[in-house]
Design a protein around this ligand. Structure first.
Ligand code: MN
Ligand code: MN
Length: 278
């Protein structure tokens, strides 16, 4: 799977925009699966449960790495979502990457390239979606989490407080309960004119995370109506540092309504309907 993901990486400069369900006939990305319903067409383990998409795919630039898949918005200069697999195998003991956050070389030249300095003195942390600690098997894995396409502006009380609290809970599911998680996280924008920091970085009002909890070795076909899912939506503001993450439980349905994205769309619709409502 990693070899395949790397192969996709090398091809990715040719893939300009995330294909929608019904791409135009002239789409240059016809070879990319529209919805990967067969495991042999899935382009990455990180998209095992689906390929989140919304009605307007023109601002969904797909960045595929061995460590995660991100959809980047050139309008907001943040990811729309980041999707990744997590289990205890991803955790190791390499030290945290030291240095500035990294301009993502996989973005097209025509895009603004968010950089470390966009966040400096903004009042917002560089908030990882894939957490640094979740990619600590190799230095390359850890470094990959510092690309700006994995980062959104988060208030310190969120990033260092309740968001971290939930990240630690996910870590314990992997290490203590030996679960395998499929995670999607990203920003929620409630207004068309969000606050801007740095040159062009839009600040989300909230941040969401969806976690599907499976056992090790289980994949898409193992998801049933009783599969545990955890959905949270947390406000991007001060005053939440000491809050318990369970205060912010939500539903996937609610997150889909707020973001416009359809998640878990490779799960059978009847099962999706059940697990997204709970
Ligand atoms: Mn963080
Ligand atoms: Mn869905």
């Amino acid at each position: 799977m990693r070899v395949l993901a790397r192969l996709v990486c090398t091809l990715l400069p040719l893939v300009v925009f995330l294909p929608s369900c019904s791409p135009p006939a002239s789409s240059p990305v016809a070879d990319v699966p529209q919805t990967s319903t067969n495991s042999d067409t899935a382009i990455s383990i990180h998209l095992e449960l689906g390929y989140p998409h919304d009605a307007d795919t023109t601002d969904d630039f797909l960045v595929v790495r061995p460590q995660y898949v991100a959809s980047f918005s050139y309008k907001r200069n943040t990811p729309n979502w980041v999707s990744w697999n997590l289990n205890s195998d991803w955790f190791g003991d390499v030290p945290r990457y030291e240095g500035n956050f990294i301009v993502d070389p996989m973005l097209p030249e025509s895009f603004y390239h968010p950089d470390h300095n966009d966040y400096t003195n903004s009042g917002y942390d560089r908030g990882h979606m894939v957490r640094s600690e979740e990619r600590t098997k190799t230095p390359e894995d850890n470094r990959s989490t510092f690309y700006m396409t994995n980062i959104i502006p988060q208030r310190p009380d969120l990033n260092r407080g309740v968001w971290l609290d939930f990240e630690r809970y996910c870590e314990s599911l992997c290490k203590d309960s030996l679960k395998q998680l499929f995670i999607v996280a990203g920003p929620v924008f409630s207004t068309p004119q969000p606050t801007i920091i740095g040159q062009h970085i839009a600040v989300p009002d909230s941040c969401f995370k969806i976690v599907v909890v499976l056992d090790r070795g289980q994949k898409r076909s193992s998801v049933t109506a009783t599969t545990p899912v955890i959905a949270v939506m947390m406000p991007n503001r001060d005053g939440v540092r000491k809050d318990d993450w369970t205060l912010y439980r939500s539903t996937i349905d609610d997150i889909e309504a707020r973001t416009g994205y359809d998640f878990l769309n490779d799960i059978a619709p009847s099962i999706q309907a059940l697990i997204e409502a709970k």
